[in-house]
Design a protein around this ligand. Structure first.
Ligand code: PLP
Length: 399
């Protein structure tokens, strides 16, 4: 089909949740590169929104899918699943958690975290502790509960009444958090580095104070590492940057190397609050998803791609800072590892994104002033140099 035919079909039959998409349809990917219906090549500096950590069609991921699909795709959780057990072990042995539960997405993993936090206190005899505090500008998903946790008006406004008992406080304001905690609070849930609101890292001191506060008040600390986990920020898990450990954390996006899977990860004694019948999933943890995620995650660990993310991230940030020195309309370059945003003083983000697309580079925009980069962890210096030179050409037009 031609691009025009695909667009016409989409406009007629697909629900219009994405409006006018960027006018491209990809047919093939390899490494950081993508090809569209016309044969044009693109460098993917967005990696399917932090999903394709190993780039496109990585042989480890492709082989795992093909081999497992030929053997067994799905069998349900009535039975034991080898790759599910092994993937849980791989995550537990490389993180602070003791046990894992698999879901199909980030929102679903977060739903599990919310349920687990409430259940933990209910089983201890505190059913009134069901309130969860989140941070302003957070993003936790699109299901009703995770939408209630997502403290951004634009996502929530048309769905009231929201699931009750979520409230939000500003990031990096420990007093606001302390004031918000009551006898009803069961957990604080936060992204250590916020993604969807434009890459906003929490201060190290703040995260440490949040950990102390949760310990002092006896409430659970949940980290949403759906976007910032799995090597994205230059460490396997973002919490490692802060010198604290969450009680519960969630993963998704990059976990399956492109295949949908989410994970709810918890330390004891929290993990054991889930007992038979308390939670479940039809598709979650199926053989295909788990074999694929095992291949993706073990490749990231064995090839030390978190370190490549740290080194390449530092390089990309330094090159972006050179552009900032040149162009006064760049307000800020921020990020960690390969989770990076560039904020402008003016509303040119969408235009810059479109011009980058024209030049064959995929980046994202957040609102009108911020562009975002989440390239695959396998990125090289040469890829970055090509991108910076294209971006430089684009920004020159605004000088
Ligand atoms: C993307 C994202 C989610 C939602 O994940 P889905 O797989 O889209 O449900 C939740 N939290 C964070 C931090 C995310 O970036």
């Amino acid at each position: 089909m031609t691009l025009q035919e695909i667009i016409a079909l989409d406009k007629k039959y697909y629900m219009n949740t994405f409006g006018d998409r960027l006018p491209v349809c990809f047919v093939k990917g390899e490494g950081i590169k993508l090809w569209d219906t016309e044969g044009k090549v693109y460098y993917d500096f967005l990696a399917g929104i932090a999903v394709n950590a190993l780039g496109h069609s990585h042989p480890a991921v492709v082989n795992a899918i093909m081999e497992q699909a030929q053997k067994l795709i799905h069998c349900s959780n009535y039975y034991y699943i080898e790759s599910q057990a092994k993937l849980a072990q791989l995550i537990a042995e490389n993180s602070c958690c003791d046990r894992v539960f698999f879901a199909n997405s980030g929102a679903e993993a977060n739903e599990g975290a919310i349920k687990l936090a409430r259940l933990f206190f209910r089983k201890k005899g505190f059913p009134e502790k069901f309130e969860i505090i989140t941070l302003e500008k957070s993003f936790h998903g699109r299901t009703l509960a995770t939408l209630a946790a997502t403290a951004q008006e634009k996502y929530q406004k048309n769905y009231s009444p929201l699931t009750p008992k979520f409230l939000s406080v500003p990031m990096n304001d420990i007093d606001a958090l302390e004031k918000a905690i009551t006898e009803y609070t069961c957990a604080v849930m936060l992204e250590p580095i916020q993604g969807e609101s434009g890459v906003n890292p929490a201060d190290k001191d703040y995260i440490r104070q949040v950990r102390e506060l949760c310990d002092r008040k006896g409430i659970i600390l949940i980290f949403d590492e759906v976007q910032c986990g799995i090597g994205r920020t230059g460490k396997l898990f973002a919490y490692e940057h802060f010198g604290v450990e969450p009680d519960i954390f969630t993963l998704a996006k990059a976990l399956g190397g492109g295949f949908p899977i989410g994970a709810l990860c918890a330390k004891e004694p929290f993990a054991s609050a889930f007992e038979p019948g308390d939670h479940g999933s039809t598709f979650g943890g199926n053989p295909l998803a788990c074999s694929t995620a095992y291949a993706a995650l073990s490749t990231i660990i064995n090839e030390n791609l978190s370190e490549n993310s740290a080194i390449m991230g530092e390089y990309l940030i330094s090159r972006l800072n050179q552009l900032k020195d040149e162009y006064s309309f760049i307000r800020e370059v921020r990020g960690k590892g390969l989770m990076i945003a560039l904020e402008f003083n003016t509303s040119i983000a969408v235009e810059v994104k479109l011009k980058a697309l024209e030049k064959g580079f995929l980046i994202g925009s957040v609102g009108n002033n911020i562009v975002r980069m989440l390239p695959p962890l396998i990125i090289t210096k040469e890829d970055i140099d090509l991108f910076i030179s294209a971006l430089d050409d684009i920004l020159k037009e605004y000088y």
